[in-house]
Design a protein around this ligand. Structure first.
Ligand SMILES: [Fe+2]
Ligand SMILES: [Fe+2]
Length: 281
C-alpha cells in the first residue's frame, strides 16, 4: 500500500472517474469468503463510530479511503508484474508464490473500504483508471520489463511500507483497525521481501548497464514517495494523539523518522548490496 496517489487536480476533470467499488454477491462472494475468511472474521460489530468527534471521523474516513485506493493501485501493479514475470520466463516457484499477491491486495482494498464504511462512509476520490500504474517500456527486453516493475513495486514501494505499516499497527488502539492492520502487515511482509528474491535470480543475467538502468527504475519510484514525505514535513497539521484516534495514526515526526530509516534499511541498502547503484535522492 505504498504507491503515491496522483493529484487529481492535475488532470482534466472530464477524464476522471469516481473510485467506487461493489460486490457481486451470491456464488462469487461465497467462494471468495471461503478463500479469505479473515475479512468476515474482523470485529466489525464492535466498532461504534458515534463515540468519535466529527472532525476525527472525517480525517479517518479520508485516510482509510485513500488507503483503499492505494491497495487498489497495488492490485493492478501486482497483476502487471505477474504478466511481465511470465513473459520473462522467471522461475515457476517465484511466479507461483507471487500469484497470491493480487488477492492479498484486493482483500486489503475491502478491509480499508469497509473500515471507511464503519466510520461513516468513504470520501470522494477521482482518478483515471487507465493510469493506475505505469507500464514498463515496451522497448525493453522481457527480463528488463519484469525487473523494472519488480524493482518499482516490490523493492521500493512494498519494501518501504513494511516498517510503516508495522508502526501504524502498533499505534492502533481500537481492536478493529488493529485487526485490519495486523492482517495487512502479515501479508505485506511477504510482498516486501519478494522483490529481492526476484533480483537474486535475475541479476546474474543482467549486464552492468542494465543494473544501472534498474537504479533509474528505483529512483523513479522513490522520487514521488520522497516528495510526499517532504509535503508531510512542510505542511502536515499536527496529528491527533493516537490514544484518541480510531486509526491510531502516528505523529508526523514519528512517521517521517520511521519512513526515512525504512528507505535506507529496506530499500537503498539491499539494492546497493546487489550492485544496483541507486543514488540518495
Ligand atoms: Fe496491500
Ligand atoms: Fe502489498
Amino acid at each position: 500500500m505504498s504507491l503515491v496517489i496522483p493529484k487529481p487536480a492535475e488532470w482534466p476533470t472530464d477524464e476522471l472517474e469516481p473510485f467506487e467499488l461493489e460486490l457481486f454477491g451470491e456464488g462469487p462472494e461465497r467462494r471468495y469468503r471461503r478463500m479469505r475468511p479473515e475479512v468476515e472474521a474482523m470485529p466489525w460489530d464492535d466498532f461504534d463510530a458515534s463515540v468519535y468527534e466529527e472532525d476525527v471521523l472525517l480525517m479517518a474516513r479520508g485516510a482509510w479511503t485513500r488507503a483503499a485506493f492505494q491497495e487498489h493501485r497495488t492490485a493492478a501493479a501486482t497483476l502487471l508484474s505477474l504478466r511481465a514475470m511470465v513473459e520473462a520466463r522467471a522461475p515457476l516457484d517465484l511466479i507461483g508464490f507471487a500469484t497470491r499477491f493480487p488477492q492479498d491486495e484486493l482483500v486489503h482494498v475491502e478491509l480499508c473500504a469497509r473500515m471507511a464504511g464503519a466510520l461513516g462512509g468513504g470520501t470522494n476520490i477521482l482518478h483515471r483508471p487507465q493510469e493506475l500504474i505505469r507500464d514498463p517500456l515496451s522497448s525493453l527486453s522481457p527480463l528488463m520489463r519484469a525487473a523494472d516493475i519488480v524493482v518499482r513495486l516490490y523493492c521500493v514501494g512494498e519494501a518501504v511500507s513494511i516498517p510503516l505499516l508495522r508502526g501504524a499497527w502498533h499505534a492502533a488502539k481500537h481492536p478493529l483497525p488493529k485487526a485490519i492492520l495486523g492482517t495487512i502487515v502479515r501479508d505485506e511482509a511477504a510482498h516486501g521481501t519478494f522483490g529481492f528474491w526476484f533480483l537474486d535470480w535475475a541479476l546474474p543475467l543482467l549486464s552492468p548497464g542494465e543494473r544501472a538502468e534498474l537504479a533509474n527504475s528505483a529512483e523513479r519510484a522513490i522520487a514521488p514517495i520522497e516528495q510526499l514525505w517532504h509535503e508531510i514535513a512542510q505542511g502536515a497539521a499536527p496529528q491527533p494523539d493516537s490514544e484518541a484516534h480510531p486509526l491510531g495514526w502516528m505523529h508526523s515526526d514519528t512517521y517521517l523518522e520511521m519512513a526515512h530509516a525504512a528507505m535506507q534499511s529496506q530499500v537503498l541498502t539491499p539494492l546497493r548490496d546487489r550492485a544496483i547503484p541507486v543514488r540518495s535522492l
